[in-house]
Design a protein around this ligand. Structure first.
Ligand SMILES: *Cc1c(COP(=O)(O)O)cnc(C)c1O
Length: 462
């Protein structure tokens, strides 16, 4: 009998009501904003503002988030409200005004959509050269549902997993959820994936991502995962699944129809020697407080799957070291492993969410100081930029010059990894592109090589 079958029957848990409430998935998008009960208490003007923004940036929220995660007495400052509901300042004032005027004037769908596309195009929808530079090929044919940027790890975007249970307002993949399918990375080619993995013995990790792969039915996930147990894919040791489902729909692991099959699939993968890691996205300790998320975590851990955690540091949501310290402590207490703190990317509503790198670093340091070594497994703050993942390691003074100390956690060239390098301190810089080399150097040590890589990729693409 599988270990997971010994799971406590639900009836024996104290907070049964909290586990059985919201077991039916109900979701609201921009068109159903008016049906969200607690919003009806907000001023008409604020609801209109939400509608304006939701016509440009993706919006989707479910009943569990509304009922059990948001503290409506704290709106609009509640962090989970900020995480899921559109806010006026997420758009530049001129963009906001244009969309507001169109809606007030009763513009038709076609006109609204055209305007939305125009505004979206100005929000750097595809940061870090994702479309040109990371797409692998198999026998000369590009595989658009995959990315292979770092030697060891392939990203796979299963087509059935390209939505989420709710959308994060700051999502860096926001462009996939609005507009044309062609903007979307997606693949349902399980076979192509496995053939690609089979040809490259340097690939040790498969990262299944989205959207949210955990919106998929278990049988779909099974098609992608089970073939990894074949002998010719032995070198793929780790399967990571990127997901926000523990926040937005922990029912996936507890009360959904195929929750038990899912756990059995996890267990099978682990039993056959794979390291399976759920890369769970948590922005705030509040996401970890409901009885059902606790039960979901317990059930997942019973299968032998490891839960690692990551999130960006975001203004209005978690730009506070005490929030991070409490979140990491809670995670360690629940057996989760803190993994990354990211810097918000240079895309979408970044004007609303971004923080100076100097502030992100302060938050990281103040938070990490407060937790034990088991919580200090979180690296960051890290920028997923074109050349690689760049971490701010410190701010210091060298030979009278104030500098950022940086390193690559991952590099497009593996040889860049872990070499310290330095940028002039700039209190306003929010992204790698804003930084200049320190000590009068003309460029960073990787600049020339990276530019050559970009040129080659562009030539190949055209
Ligand atoms: C972060 C990331 C990975 C995984 O890197 P690790 O350092 O192994 O966590 C892989 N591919 C891309 C494109 C990434 O951004």
């Amino acid at each position: 009998m599988s270990r997971f079958m010994e799971i406590r029957p639900m009836g024996s848990i104290g907070a049964v009501d909290n586990l059985t409430a919201n077991t039916r998935f109900q979701v609201y998008t921009e068109r159903q904003l008016d049906q969200i009960e607690p919003l009806k208490r907000l001023p008409e003007e604020q609801r209109f503002e939400m509608r304006v923004v939701a016509n440009v940036l993706p919006f989707r929220v479910n009943q569990y988030v509304i009922d059990e995660l948001i503290d409506w007495s704290q709106v609009p400052n509640d962090p989970i409200f900020q995480l899921t509901f559109p806010q006026r300042d997420m758009l530049a004032p001129e963009d906001f005004e244009r969309m507001a005027a169109a809606l007030r004037g009763g513009a038709d769908r076609t006109e609204i959509t055209r305007l939305a596309r125009e505004i979206q195009a100005g929000l750097n929808p595809h940061p870090a050269g994702q479309q040109e530079m990371n797409v692998p090929t198999l026998d000369g044919v590009p595989l658009p549902g995959m990315q292979h940027k770092y030697r060891e790890t392939v990203l796979f975007f299963p087509s059935q997993g390209q939505v989420c249970h709710s959308y994060c307002t700051f999502c860096f993949r926001w462009a996939q959820f609005v507009g044309d399918r062609e903007l979307r990375f997606a693949s349902n080619e399980a076979d192509t994936l496995h053939r690609y993995l089979g040809r490259d013995r340097a690939i040790s990790d498969l990262l299944i991502t989205g959207g949210d792969p955990m919106v998929m039915k278990t049988r779909h996930l099974q098609n992608y995962l089970e073939p990894l147990l074949q002998k010719d894919l032995e070198h793929v040791q780790t399967v990571r699944i990127g997901t926000k489902s523990l926040t937005f729909w922990p029912q996936r692991y507890v009360t959904d129809d195929d929750a038990d099959e899912l756990l059995r699939l996890f267990e099978k993968m682990v039993r056959h020697g794979k390291h399976v890691a759920l890369m769970a996205h948590f922005n705030h300790w509040r996401e970890l407080e409901t009885p059902i998320v606790r039960e979901a975590i317990r059930r997942i851990r019973d299968t032998g799957v490891v839960i690692r955690t990551q999130a960006p540091v975001i203004r209005h949501i978690n730009d506070d070291p005490d929030v991070w310290a409490r979140m990491w402590r809670t995670q360690v207490g629940l057996g989760l492993v803190p993994y990354y703190m990211f810097v918000e990317r240079d895309t979408g509503a970044k004007r609303y969410f971004e923080l100076p790198l100097a502030r992100a670093y302060e938050i990281y340091r103040d938070a990490i100081r407060q937790v034990s070594g088991l919580g200090r497994t979180a690296r960051g703050p890290s920028m997923s930029a074109g050349p690689g993942k760049v971490e701010i390691q410190g701010i210091t003074e060298i030979g009278g010059e104030r500098v950022f100390v940086l390193r690559f956690i991952q590099g497009r060239n593996p040889d860049w990894v872990q070499r310290p390098f330095f940028a002039k301190f700039d209190p306003e810089a929010t992204w790698l592109d804003d930084l200049e080399p320190a000590f009068g150097e003309k460029e960073f040590f990787f600049t020339r090589e990276y530019q050559a890589m970009c040129k080659r990729a562009l030539a190949k693409a055209s």
